[in-house]
Design a protein around this ligand. Structure first.
Ligand SMILES: [Zn+2]
Ligand SMILES: [Zn+2]
Length: 434
């Protein structure tokens, strides 16, 4: 039977040329996730600052202003620190990597085809177990379905031959059937890479779930490291990697590094994997429940899901991050408190009161300043100086725009509630009582 097998082609390995001529792929792999993080974050930042999709906000601008315990600058600085650590670590890892090569594809595809051929050898024996005569079936199908007949007869393709060169001389050798080659190509180009991504995702999700949960179970771990990330009660996109540097390194950098090593991804694959993981983490913190965001539709572990974990009442639930909710489901840590819209509304109203109170105080101060210095002001205006007027106008404008906003937000709140009740009910699985 051995001699019936088609031979494997020879191959020559060549170094893979970099994707862009001026940067090694290994460095591109380090650069892309950071670049993607900031590009996607800035898109969400613009949406947030210009309030482009108020109807899809999880939190109001007043909440962003009042509920977070950390300034945007501190967040920005710590994210940069984590990314510097991540890049240095990635660079050190890349030094251990062997140089990427290509040229073995035909050989690897033929190896898969060979496996498929060898697997067919077991077909007659397997069919005889259930009482079927494979030989008789094969001869019946020989004329109408030659491929099926070949499979049933244990992978015999007597008519399939090819010319191969052995020591400079042409020889006739067995060949693979077209269907075997097509299946082998699909395995090599699609199934195996997809499996590697899947393994990578499982490793990252598992790694992050258990370490993240441990950070919440152990008081010291929480107080020392993880509490920093939870200063963001109202997450925003670029706060995704706002962590204690040690936690960032342990959960994100080591987790994805391990996924890369265990799954056996190529550098090119890891470029996609790291970049997608980075974008997914940003998206989970974006503060919007967007019906047209594909990342929020692919899995139920989305911004609305993770946002619950950022609330004081939901902090002991929804630990799963960043891809799927599977560990929360298996270990029963998914939010089970029912409809969350009333809790969200309470936070919104509370934050809005704070903003209104601050504006009231500011307006009162501004009025008292205006009254006491009215005569001075009149003098100044008479003296044709524009500065005091413009200062006064700015103060007034601010006060009005925020109070107008507060009125508009009542409408928005209803919409956000609808979005949370409608979508969240299904997406979060809260109503179905999982
Ligand atoms: Zn947490
Ligand atoms: Zn978070």
């Amino acid at each position: 039977m051995q001699s019936d097998l088609p031979p494997l082609p020879s191959y020559t390995l060549k170094p893979v040329p970099p994707l862009v001529s001026w940067l090694k792929d290994e460095y591109m792999t380090l650069l892309l996730p950071v670049l993607a993080y900031w590009v996607v974050s800035m898109i969400f930042h613009v949406i947030d600052v210009y309030d482009l999709f108020p109807q899809y906000r999880l939190h109001t601008p007043a909440e962003v202003l009042k509920r977070n315990h950390v300034s945007r600058w501190d967040v920005f600085r710590d994210v940069i620190i984590q990314q510097v650590i991540q890049t240095i670590f990635g660079f050190a890892l890349s030094l251990l990597d062997e140089e990427a090569t290509y040229g073995k594809e035909e050989y690897s595809i033929a190896s898969w085809a060979l496996l498929i051929r060898k697997a067919q050898h077991y077909v007659p024996a397997l069919l005889s177990v259930v009482g079927l005569n494979a030989g008789a079936l094969a001869s019946n199908l020989n004329l109408t379905h030659p491929n099926a007949a070949s499979i049933l007869s244990g992978g015999r393709y007597p008519g399939l031959v090819q010319l191969v060169s052995v020591n400079g001389q042409s020889e006739i050798a067995p060949a693979f059937a077209p269907w075997e080659m097509q299946l082998a190509k699909a395995l090599y180009w699609v199934v195996v890479p997809a499996l590697q991504f899947f393994i990578g995702i499982v490793i990252v999700d598992t790694w992050q779930y258990f370490l993240h949960r441990a950070m919440h179970v152990n008081r010291w771990l929480y107080a020392t490291f993880h509490s920093r990330h939870h200063k963001l009660y109202v997450p925003y996109a670029y706060g995704a990697l706002y962590n204690h540097p040690f936690e960032g390194f342990l959960l994100d950098t080591l987790g994805t590094g391990l996924a890369y090593l265990v799954s056996g991804m190529t550098v090119r694959q890891s470029m996609w994997f790291f970049t997608c993981a980075s974008i997914k983490t940003v998206d989970d913190h974006c503060g919007y429940s967007l019906p047209f965001d594909p990342l929020q539709l692919i899995t139920s572990n989305n911004a609305a899901y993770h946002d619950i974990h950022h609330q004081s009442w939901g902090i002991k639930t929804n630990f799963s991050q960043p891809f799927f909710t599977i560990w929360d489901r298996i270990l029963n840590t998914m939010w089970k408190g029912g409809d969350v819209s009333a809790r969200y509304e309470k936070s919104r109203v509370h934050a809005q009161h704070k903003v209104d109170r601050d504006n009231g105080i500011r307006a009162a101060q501004s009025d008292s300043v205006n009254t006491s210095s009215a005569s001075e002001m009149d003098e100044t205006i008479k003296n044709s100086s524009n500065t005091p007027i413009s200062v006064r106008r700015t103060t007034r404008k601010k006060a009005t725009s925020i109070s107008q906003q507060s009125g508009n937000l009542k409408g928005l709140r209803n919409k956000v509630n609808e979005s949370l009740q409608g979508k969240g009910g299904n997406v979060l699985g809260v109503e179905s009582g999982h």
